[in-house]
Design a protein around this ligand. Structure first.
Ligand code: MF3
Ligand code: CO
Ligand code: CO
Length: 277
């Protein structure tokens, strides 16, 4: 109701000045104009190419530090900067999280083994623009139960993305994810959420992966945020390791995650980090 006139008052940057001001004032959300979207999309294209590159290196015997070096060098070679490096003291250029590690795993001497699942979360800064995406990969052959978790988690992201359009709400996004995860017998991590992204690594709004239809902030064209559900095979409890970063499941069960950076368009959604789900 508040912004039903938005479409009629679109200016040449495809943003209504009043909506732009209102979303800043109410929520501290920075709507993105065409120039910003183009910049984030270019960063996003590099993030996707980085994930495609890394996929070819995922196999038993590879260390997570080797994956870090590949991401670091590839990013610099393409004129970009790895956003994780030095972010709040994070010591590496990419997050690599294995099995019961939910997110923010620090690359190191750990060797990937047949049957593991490994998430690689890449955030690149290109010409000052940030894009953020991750995927969970199988290492060699994995158990059917692990395969199902990874598949359902990818579906959770796809379902969340499919709800995105002007007039929908963040509660719609969270509900689509939560209902599919829980109907599949899994739980949704609550403490870690998606986020606005583009000018900075983490912007407003917070994007919960749980929710109720119709509740929460109303989506408008020009919003750019990540959707990045973390889905646990077991309970929703989490712990943080003594390294200060790695988040793991409390019960030791597997956790999977997929993330894309999405734009709310005039009539729906566009991924700025598109890869098949
Ligand atoms: N890429 C993560 C996210 O999706 C954040 C990683 S923060 C880091 O938001 F410092 F661990 F890199
Ligand atoms: Co993110
Ligand atoms: Co990320």
């Amino acid at each position: 109701m508040l912004f039903r006139n938005a479409k009629a008052r679109l200016n040449r940057r495809n943003l209504s000045p009043s909506v732009e001001a209102e979303y800043w004032k109410r929520y501290r959300i920075r709507l993105k104009d065409k120039n910003a979207v183009d910049g984030i999309a270019r960063a996003g294209d590099l993030v996707v190419r980085t994930l495609d590159m890394i996929r070819e290196h995922i196999r038993p015997g590879v260390t997570t530090e080797a994956l870090n070096a590949l991401v670091h060098d590839f990013t610099l070679a393409h004129g970009a900067v790895p956003a994780p490096l030095g972010y709040r003291g994070f010591p590496k250029s990419v997050c690599v999280s294995v099995n019961d590690e939910i997110c923010h795993g620090i690359p190191g001497p750990r060797v990937l083994a047949e049957g593991d699942i490994v998430n690689v979360d890449v955030t690149s800064i290109l010409d000052g623009w940030f894009a953020d995406a991750n995927r969970t990969f199988p290492v060699g052959q994995i158990e059917p139960a692990a395969r199902r978790l990874v598949q359902v988690t990818a579906e959770c992201l796809a379902r969340g993305m499919s709800t995105v359009r002007p007039g929908a709400t963040l509660g719609d996004v969270g509900f689509a994810i939560q209902s599919h995860a829980e109907a599949s017998g899994y739980s949704v991590v609550r403490e870690l959420v998606g986020h606005g992204v583009g000018h900075a690594f983490h912007e407003q709004p917070q994007v919960n992966h749980t929710g109720r239809p119709g509740l929460g902030i109303v989506l408008v064209p020009g919003m750019v945020f990540t959707i990045e559900p973390m889905i646990n095979q077991g309970g929703l409890g989490i712990r943080r390791l003594d390294d200060g970063w790695t988040v793991v499941t409390d019960d030791g069960s597997l956790s999977a995650q997929f993330e894309q950076t999405v734009l709310v368009t005039a009539d729906g959604v566009r991924s700025l980090t598109p890869y098949p789900l």
